[in-house]
Design a protein. Sequence first.
Length: 335
Amino acid sequence: MRDISRAAKVHNADNPFGGKTVVFGGDFRQMLHVIPKGSRGQIVQASLTSSVLWRYCTVLSLTKNMRLSVDADPAENETIKEFSEWILKLGDGKLSEPNNSEAEINIPKESFFKDRAILCPTNDVVEEVNNHIMDLLPGESKEYYSSDKICPSDTTMIRDNNVLVEFLNSITCSGLPNHVLKLKKGVPVMLLRNIDQKKGSCNGTRLQITKMGENVLEARVITQIESGDSDKKVFIARMLLTPTDVKLPFQFHRRQFPISSCFGMTINKSQGQNLSHVGIYLPRPVFTHGQLYVGVSRVKSRKCLKILIVNGEGKRDSKTTNVVFKEIFQKIRPS
């Protein structure tokens, strides 16, 4: 038996993953890998379909959209089916054809909005939404300031006294809490780091602030997690955070609560989440493959979706740009 096992290992030594079956999961209609300042060609080249491993892959396609059918009212089946087909056409870039990656599309007028989550294309728009809604809420706000400094490993190249603390405080980037964190009791927030993965307190978990201490925050989970243990309490302390995607000639530490307000969130951050009601705010069009598809596919039906489009003149519009790199689908042939 040992000789047979050894022979099998030698036989599979040159096969991908040693001849073992590996399952990849994903949707090429959704957003692709982020390549900082990358061109369309570079983004497509970084996809799995451009890998040498792709020729060994067998494509298996799902046939039922569970997000649009779970708990569906039989009377709404036809509407849900139409919405599902519209989403797929949007994701495939088949609306407003012919087009080459970018196309202006009409947004259906039947949808309406209830405030559950507001999705935006960029971080600066998210901050604008969060600050606006925060100011509308009753109650006293409290501000928490971070402590920022250059990483010790970088002080051989850049001395602390060469970089103003005010400059470090002004740095904002994805996945990093701001220097000034403004909170109120009852405000929804999102975790930016894993705190307790076993209990579901992970990056992306949505919480609601219940108490605000000087050094510790108390919050309850409002994201539905696998165990069903929502509404549980989570205690959040300040953490030492180091951004990895900032284009600076040095690294720095920020000591702050690993959260951000989430009345609004980026479309990218919502990927993988199921939301009951979604509003998409587009003061400028989406800018990369799959962004609009991800935003509209977070909900079960059209009536749970509202899209607010603002054109360059500051007026409401019914058209926006959809971006789909169609070449990403060329090598995908379901078996």
